[in-house]
Design a protein around this ligand. Structure first.
Ligand SMILES: *Cc1c(COP(=O)(O)O)cnc(C)c1O
Length: 252
């Protein structure tokens, strides 16, 4: 291993330990058992060899948000016991690709996607674990079912035998005030409780996927059972090129 690779490895391992301890501390403060909260490592833009470091250190849940990128890493890391989750906006023309590697899709948010998933899963003769993504911050830029439509949406999805609803997912509001994120997480928990009270056949609500690098403590306090962490383990991601500036450059 080169010196640079060794340094990267040690950094990932130290970051991972720090995140695990943040989760443990948050659980302790909230009077919860650390076993109730799973860690999903978000590895978008992270090269396969860095993912390998985290998996060899005992992590098993990996989340990606782009079909092509995820598929390539899945092929490269086939020798490892990884559970791949898809957590991004899923276009219907990518469903086939995602089903080759994903053991869970966390971002189910519209009936057209549900129908496409069902069609492909029927063809494959299998079922799939899914979470329903809720837009708890109600920002237009975010994907997800509106909070007030979530119960009706869950009922509709529950009719498809190929889809096992395991819970809900949300992205907390990014804001200077951590209470904004807390409101999002609390709303997701309340929606979960509401859906559980309805007793819809085949619907399980054991997973509340909420909390990221910046707000995982708040999410744990509000009942998260799965935090999705990228930056805090793998460092900052390269910023995607802005189309706006590309356009500007072209006309100059
Ligand atoms: C990128 C991403 C994360 C992780 O965000 P970090 O701030 O890097 O921890 C979590 N969830 C989703 C849906 C993401 O796209």
């Amino acid at each position: 291993m080169t010196q640079a690779a060794t340094a990267t490895r040690e950094l990932i391992l130290a970051n991972l330990e720090a995140v695990r301890s943040r989760i443990r501390d948050a659980c302790r403060r909230a009077g919860r058992s650390p076993e109730e909260v799973d860690l999903l490592l978000v590895t978008k833009t992270v090269p396969a060899e860095r993912i390998r470091v985290a998996v060899e250190a005992g992590e098993r849940l990996i989340g990606e948000n782009k079909a092509q990128e995820a598929l390539a890493k899945y092929e490269e890391l086939k020798d490892l016991p990884i559970e791949w989750h898809f957590i991004g906006h899923l276009q219907t023309n990518k469903v086939k690709d995602v089903l080759t590697f994903a053991s869970m899709i966390q971002s189910v948010d519209r009936m057209r996607l549900v129908e496409k998933l069902d069609q492909q899963l029927q063809r494959l003769g299998r079922s799939l674990d899914v979470l329903i993504q809720v837009n708890t911050s109600e920002e237009e830029s975010k994907f997800g079912v509106a909070p007030e439509e979530t119960l009706a949406f869950v009922r509709q999805v529950a009719r498809y035998d190929t889809l096992n609803i395991k819970g809900l997912m949300t992205i907390g509001k990014l804001s200077a005030d951590p209470e904004d994120a807390r409101r999002c997480f609390r709303l997701l928990r309340q929606l979960r409780d509401r859906i559980v009270a309805e007793g819809i056949p085949r619907v399980r609500m054991e997973i509340l996927s909420m909390g990221m690098s910046g707000d995982l403590e708040i999410a744990v306090e509000e009942g998260s059972t799965l935090v999705r962490v990228g930056t805090a383990v793998f460092g900052p991601r390269p910023q995607p090129a802005s189309h706006f500036w590309d356009e500007q450059a072209k006309t100059r």
